[in-house]
Write a protein that binds this ligand. Sequence first.
Ligand code: GLC
Length: 511
Amino acid sequence: MPTKTPTTKTKEIIKTEPAVKPKKPAAKKVKKAAKKILFVSSEAAPLITTGGLGEVIGALPKNLCKSDKDTDVRVVIPLYEEIAVKFKDILEFVGKIYVDLSWRHQYCGIYTAKAGDVIYYFIDNEYYFKRSGCYGYFDDGERFAFFGKAVLDILEAIDFIPDIIHAHDWQSAIIPVYLRTTYSNKKEFKNIRTVFTVHNIEYQGKFNMSILEDIFDISYEYRSIVEFDGLINLMKGAMVCSDIISTVSPAYAKEIHDYKYAHGLDPVINMYTDKIRGILNGIDTESYNPKTDSKIFANYDSENIDKKAENKLQLQTVLDLPKNNQIPVIAMVTRLVRHKGIDLVIGAMNEIVKLPLQLVVLGNGDREYELQFELFRERFPDKIRVHLGFNPELARRIYAGSDIFLMPSQFEPCGLSQMIAARYGAVPAVRETGGLKDSIVPYDAEKSEGTGFVFTDYSCEGITEVINRAFAAYNDRENWPGLVKRAMEWDFSWEASAKEYIKMYNDLLGI
Ligand code: GLC
């Protein structure tokens, strides 16, 4: 791995790699494809992920290749330190180039790795990316401006001029902007079409207008493209410049037209409503399969849901809760932040604990919420367990061992946990918003229909009411197994979404 430390101050960058000319990964017998799609993202599972974005980037490309053999999907992400260390054995050095970012002349190493049909590229620059985690640095704007330019600058080096660049969230939003501004005269790029996917409109990439030229390398003549509320707003810029703006559920695509959901961007959304699409995410049904999941206590499927009981008893044991198969375990696996509806849960807690149930919470986030949950655990030691932190193994055990999965989000672009929970037979109780609305069908006992409990009113009363409803359904021993079975058998696979994406790409390319 490189040991140089490029700085923004020096023009010449010190480097220790062999001076290899960029070679084409195509030499490794890559299929000849009719359509070339380049995914650009700041995270990708299992390499590095902080949440749903990474999960999508880890799953969607391979499903696109599966769904349409004529599609060559490649993915480019930064080479963060964590990836460089953990995956060093599979990374292959392709070559190096230099990227000019305003007056900076920065080293850019290119690495590659292959996962199934999908080729990954990694942008290496230790000054920007040899840091822990992905984001949260004072210079994130510069880091992702460099990343955006690097992505465009490596295309010739890797011999892959895509038909479509599919950029995700604000960290990649600058790419469609560059294609219309700084790179607008580059004839090799003139046929590249762009799709920009909003995974969460809350995080827009806002920066002071004064750094437009110096940091972002975009001439002031283009300022109106990215300017919003007096600031540089990269997400707004991507919305203006992309051919298609997509988001991760049809309901969220509608909601973001409304100021209550758009975090200020509703005027922009309303202006570009014609190019907005909503496609629901899927989940990796191979990885999230209670029949084969090695992390859970006992494997089961929808034909033998009574085996879930074993998972429940073991979960109660591990968490030191009273072992009782008769009372429902309600679970939350979530970030403890406001828009996940955490304040509603806390506000309704005194009502919730009146019922004979157990509540298990896994997650971390705002310290205030963490403390509140810990206080409740102390007050109700037989009913409440809170595990602060990110623990994927325990998460799977909770999905398998719980009966009801609570997700009362204020907004939820798509949400993955409700789908995973359903697959593990933990019946979702969700607020009717975004992807929650699109993925969970309201339960109707009389018609034996539906896969979960849905409420609309974002209030403590709303959440108390849905929990009471779920509790009553759980105790309706005749109908409950049918509901669990329907939830488990619902098709949450990526196949359907992948087909919709392919259709969207084909429409865009006129094929
Ligand atoms: C974001 C959204 C979440 C969505 C995920 C993947 O994390 O908040 O709802 O599921 O992106 O698209």
